[in-house]
Write a new protein. Structure first.
Length: 127
């Protein structure tokens, strides 16, 4: 026979959680498990944090210029059709512009390093 926890909820109602073996309280109310609950909450919060979500997104392949152009084109169409808020499209456009600028600077540095190496000048650092 399953027994319910003997504690009351924050709302004052009886807890309906099942008791732990050999105890009168459920996992959520047993004070002996406070530290384990806190650790689980911390780990769960970290997994759902913006930083963790961004790390998972960065693990995916970077977008190429054609993909950025395609996504921004879709965003523009969605703004015109009223399916996307202009502020969101503006943020996407700013990020796309940053991606293109960083990619361009990286490519330019690599080309300059190759030219300097071919000419026998430069400080020997690679791009």
């Amino acid at each position: 026979m399953d027994r319910n926890c003997s504690a009351t909820t924050k709302a004052g109602a009886p807890c309906s959680g099942p008791v732990l073996p050999g105890r009168d309280l459920c996992w959520a109310h047993d004070p002996a498990l406070n530290q384990r609950r806190a650790e689980g909450q911390r780990r769960g919060g970290e997994a759902r944090s913006n930083q963790a979500r961004a790390r998972r997104k960065f693990a995916a392949a970077a977008l190429g210029s054609d993909q950025v152009l395609g996504l921004l084109s879709v965003a523009l169409r969605d703004v015109i059709d009223g399916k996307l808020e202009p502020g969101i499209a503006s943020a996407a456009a700013n990020l796309g512009r940053a991606i293109v600028a960083v990619r361009g600077a990286t490519e330019l540095e690599a080309r300059l390093a190759a030219l300097e190496a071919a000419a026998g000048i430069g400080d020997g650092r690679s791009a």
